[in-house]
Structures are given as C-alpha cells and as structure tokens.
Write a protein of this length. Sequence first.
Length: 116
Amino acid sequence: MQEGSIRSDIELRPPVAIAVGAGFKREIASLTAMQNFLKEWPQAMRGGSYANAFRACEAARSGEIDLDKARQAFLVFARKAGIEWTGADPVAVLREAKIRRIRARESRAPNRHVPG
C-alpha cells in the first residue's frame, strides 16, 4: 500500500463486538462502520481514548498504520467507555450483583433474635 493513498472500505475479521442498549451485541464489521460508530458517539462522552481511536481509523484508511492498530485503539476506547462486549448476559450480571449487595447488607445487620 502506498503511503497517502486512500483505501476503500476494509472488512474487519473477525468483527469487533460491542455492547449497545440493554446488553445487545453489535458487530462492527468494517473500518467504515467503526468510523461511523465513533462519529455518532456523543460529544460529551468523548475523551482521550475516543480521540486515539478516531485518529487511528483515519490513519488506517490512509494506509499510515495497520488495520489491527486501529482495531486495538477502538477496543481500548470500547473498554474505557464501558461498551466492550464481554459475552456475559447483562441481566444475569445485574441480578447477581443485587443478590451480593443484599447478602452483604444482611451479613452486616445485627442478629435479631425473636423470643419464641
């Protein structure tokens, strides 16, 4: 690839999976899809990892860096943004966390002995 030439869309293999909505998985299957996702990300939530991922996508499109480096930058962004797909069922994770909180609260409560 010659430096400075713009590449058409590049397929990601395997696609990058992220969590969206109420635990739904979205697969980002191309460089363009990755860039579009970043462009749609709320400005108020953009930070350093977002900027790095966006720049990496632009650099991959122009052939300045390898596609895998852009993919890694996007994965760092997803992790820091809390949208990295872990494969865990979010409903089950929240239910388990609630059960742990209830048990912790119960274990800290004084024993109440009811005379019988």
